[in-house]
Design a protein around this ligand. Structure first.
Ligand SMILES: NC(=O)c1ccc[n+]([C@@H]2O[C@H](COP(=O)([O-])OP(=O)(O)OC[C@H]3O[C@@H](n4cnc5c(N)ncnc54)[C@H](O)[C@@H]3O)[C@@H](O)[C@H]2O)c1
Length: 259
């Protein structure tokens, strides 16, 4: 008996087998879910993602391009998902982007308007756009989750414009949870501690973040991507049926420390 037996869902986007989306997929599939995946339509990306899916034992799952910066791409993705799945039970938003030139310590003040707009568009507005597209596929309710980071609430050196985008993402999650609750759709975020992924490596000062967590977090260690995947299973499953509008930290407890 799996916690997600009989459930179908969409996970956007895996880049490789280190992606948080991959860890969520790996745990969801183990718990009985049928998953469809998105990938950013860049050269060689599909091949890389297929390889990562093989590593996870879900090589034959449905995979379709989706660039969340394009309304047409989102519409095409959900049209294809509807053909494939009919209805879905969950949606995972695990994607973000900001120009890495401005994710360096001391570079926040110089953030240009276009860099700000792009970071907020791809990393935060996309949750609204994907939720709107997913809603008609969830006639019996469902669960939507998105990934965030402590830099939304605290000034984490180097996280910069991405912190502003994560604050917008978390606020969007609360407004979406309020409106979509009437349709029995729950919306929550997971605030993960640092995990070594492609995106994380673009953040200036990431090594200091790993050091701080190891020295100061209650658990005195960094987290594993797999632990985010397990909390995601809880939020996507009926175990969390009464939970919406929440942000759950999976960060070894780092966020509660005031040192
Ligand atoms: N790794 C960490 O330390 C950490 C901590 C907290 C939160 N997060 C969040 O987890 C999520 C997943 O990131 P990750 O760390 O697994 O890195 P990752 O690089 O593996 O995943 C980021 C994904 O975003 C996708 N993406 C970027 N621009 C896109 C676009 N225009 N359209 C569609 N997809 C696009 C990439 O293709 C990639 O699949 C992000 O929201 C990230 O901010 C990561």
């Amino acid at each position: 008996m799996g916690l997600l037996d009989g459930k179908k869902g969409l996970i956007l986007n895996i880049a490789n087998d280190r992606s948080i989306a991959w860890h969520i997929a790996n745990n969801a599939v183990k718990q009985g879910a049928t998953c469809g995946f998105g990938f950013l339509p860049l050269e060689k990306m599909e091949r890389r993602v297929r390889k990562a899916m093989e590593e996870g034992g879900f090589a034959n799952s449905w995979l379709h391009p989706c660039d969340v910066g394009s309304d047409e791409s989102i519409a095409a993705f959900f049209d294809a998902a509807k053909q494939q799945f009919g209805t879905i039970d969950f949606l995972v938003h695990s994607l973000a982007f900001a120009n890495k030139d401005y994710l360096a310590i001391g570079k926040f003040l110089s953030t240009p308007r276009d860099v700000f707009k792009q970071a907020l568009d791809i990393s935060a507005y996309s949750l609204i756009a994907l939720s709107r597209a997913a809603e008609p596929l969830m006639p019996n309710g469902g669960s939507i989750i998105a990934m965030t980071y402590l830099g939304s609430e605290k000034a984490v050196p180097g996280y910069n414009v991405m912190g502003v985008a994560k604050a917008a993402l978390e606020s969007s999650m609360r407004y979406l949870s309020f409106e979509m609750g009437q349709k029995k759709i729950r919306v929550n975020t997971i605030s993960a501690g640092p995990v070594r992924t492609l995106s994380a490596m673009a953040v200036g000062g990431i090594d200091e973040m790993f050091d701080h967590v190891e020295r100061k977090a209650p658990l005195r260690r960094n987290i594993e991507g797999d632990e985010v995947g397990k909390t995601a299973v809880y939020l996507l499953s009926d175990l969390s049926a009464g939970v919406t509008g929440e942000n759950i930290f999976v960060d070894s407890g780092f966020n509660i420390v005031g040192l």
